[in-house]
Design a protein around this ligand. Structure first.
Ligand code: AVJ
Length: 322
């Protein structure tokens, strides 16, 4: 049996406290908003997995295409002995990277960081079954609030895939990238996945699919607030909205009240009113251009060294050295 450690840096009640703060702040603000990280309870994570298989949702397939094509080069260029994956979820795409890094000969440790304990430990155990020689460290942590990495051997490769960096607002992104840079030493690298600016119709359909899975995923955040904070949101009172903001170059997901309504949130001692048609913003998903990604990496103290896209030019992976 190979070594496998689970470290919790979030106190048991941290998730609840953070959710309460976010919901209080978001529902008393104008316009109303909730951070996207609260989508991902078990049902939300399952719905996201279903989204990745939808015909309209191209980012997962595009990123997998790049990883498959470039994994050997990534292994060669980085010489990584430790792979750190942030927001790993089910770690499905990571397999290609792990395989290439193992074949290149240097990989010793895999550190997987996620707020979702069920996603983490399930994935870690599946990986271990195939790779008895790998040391796996599962870290339950909110990577936007800073993590402490186990003292593994360098060079380290930090992978932040899926385009999830686009869920952060520009100022949050700058802070986040700088905090990742601060974890690294010279010679370590960052592998960053970013979805690219493209035709508006293609983008909107990726977030408003014909089968309605993304609508379910969006409304799931209301069920999370109901269950965790005793609220009485009825998801059926809201319509799913996905729109392209051309000024910010991001997709916004919103929930629009179908009628005027009042929601009670007993755990917060809060009552929230929605006018008919009022919208709650649940996610931004920024789309990027090469110049923008390079500039943000540079501002965070990284030197961008590689830029790869899929054949169709929909999605990019950047490699940057610390
Ligand atoms: C998991 C953050 C990459 O922003 O595209 C999918 C989440 N939201 N459909 C994204 C998501 C709506 C997704 N990321």
């Amino acid at each position: 049996m190979s070594p496998y450690t689970v470290t919790r840096t979030l106190p048991e009640d941290a998730t609840g406290a953070a959710l309460r703060d976010d919901v209080r702040r978001g529902l008393t603000a104008t316009p109303k908003s909730l951070p996207p990280k609260w989508f991902y309870d078990t049902r939300g994570s399952d719905l996201f997995e279903e989204i990745t298989r939808l015909p309209e949702y191209y980012p997962t397939r595009a990123e997998r295409e790049i990883l498959l094509a470039r994994a050997p080069e990534i292994a060669r260029v980085t010489g990584a002995r430790t792979l750190v994956e942030l927001g790993s979820g089910s770690s499905e795409k990571t397999r290609h990277l792990l395989d290439a890094l193992s074949r290149a000969g240097g990989l010793r440790d895999y550190v997987t960081v996620d707020v979702s304990e069920s996603a983490l430990t399930g994935a870690a155990e599946a990986l271990l079954a195939d790779r008895p020689e790998l040391r796996v460290h599962a870290l339950i942590a909110d990577f936007t609030r800073g993590v402490e990495l186990p003292p593994t051997e360098g060079p380290r490769l930090v992978a932040f895939l899926g385009g999830t960096v686009g869920n952060l607002l520009p100022a949050e992104r700058a802070r986040f990238l700088a905090s990742v840079r601060a974890l690294l030493r010279p010679g370590d690298t960052l592998l960053l996945g970013t979805d690219l600016v493209k035709d508006e119709g293609v983008l909107v359909r990726a977030y408003d699919d014909a089968a309605g899975v993304t609508a379910e995923f969006n409304k799931n955040v209301l069920s999370v607030v109901d269950r965790e904070l005793g609220a009485d949101f009825d998801p059926a009172d809201f319509d799913h909205v996905a729109l392209w903001d051309p000024a910010h170059e991001w997709i916004e997901m919103r929930l629009r009240a179908r009628r005027g309504l009042t929601v009670k949130i007993p755990e917060l001692d809060l009552v929230a009113h929605f006018a008919r048609g009022e919208e709650l913003r649940t996610e931004i998903s920024a789309k990027f251009r090469k110049e923008g990604v390079d500039a943000e990496l540079d501002a965070a103290g990284f030197a961008p060294t590689r830029w790869w896209t899929d054949e169709a030019g929909r999605f990019a992976l950047s490699l940057a050295t610390a």
